[in-house]
Write a protein that binds this ligand. Structure first.
Ligand code: AMP
Length: 198
């Protein structure tokens, strides 16, 4: 089914996990800028070398570079009928880049899923993930930097999308399945039928 979606939420809100579930149920690819960057770092590509220190410190990769990565990815065949963006756009400049790109294709976002999780909850989930997965940017300092950027730069993009009536605020506190069910219900209300993966 054709669906162009964005999932937004603070780090530790579960947006990565929920994003994969939604995309599977709708048969669309997940486009996660964080995953693309991490894969490049792991493979030691030129892009990976450019962004490694930035990511490890929890800061944002420059907008031009990030937007170029997204334009490339969305231009691949599997994203022609839909996609779920995770982690992009993350500030107002990136919203403008994405608008321009999608408008050029006669497209727009069908829904923006905003996961709402209190700061304390995100912090404790991130700290738990740090000890489980050992991500280089899950140090206490980098976590604080990332949450600060989210509150200052990313949360305001919801005001912009709000004026377009595409935002679904979803309570992100609860079990994974509970949160998934809330998201599917919101998508259903927009005529986007997600069938849970078997
Ligand atoms: P994430 O997995 O979405 O938390 O992203 C991990 C890191 O990748 C971020 O802390 C940034 O350093 C970088 N990154 C991911 N998405 C973006 C973006 N849209 N703009 C700038 N930097 C990004």
């Amino acid at each position: 089914m054709s669906a162009r979606l964005l999932i937004v939420g603070p780090q530790g809100s579960g947006k990565g996990t929920q994003g994969v579930r939604i995309a599977e149920a709708l048969g669309i690819p997940v486009v996660s800028t964080g995953d693309v960057f991490r894969a490049n770092v792991a493979q030691g590509t030129e892009l990976g070398q450019q962004v490694k220190a930035i990511i490890d410190g929890g800061s944002l990769v420059p907008d031009e570079l990030t937007s170029a990565v997204v334009r490339d990815r969305l231009s691949q065949a599997d994203a022609a009928e839909g996609f779920l963006l995770d982690g992009y756009p993350r500030n107002l400049a990136q919203v403008m880049h994405l608008d321009e790109f999608l408008e050029g294709r006669g497209e727009s976002l069908d829904a923006v899923i905003a996961l709402v999780v209190p700061r304390e909850e995100s912090l404790s989930r991130l700290t738990a993930r740090a000890s489980e997965q050992g991500r280089a940017d899950d140090t206490e300092e980098a976590i604080a930097t990332r949450l600060g950027i989210y509150e200052r730069e990313t949360a305001p993009i919801l005001d912009v999308y709000g004026t377009r009536d595409v935002v679904d605020e979803i309570d992100g506190v609860g079990s994974l399945d509970e949160v998934t069910a809330r998201i599917f219900a919101a998508l259903e209300a927009r005529g986007l039928h997600a069938s849970p993966a078997a």
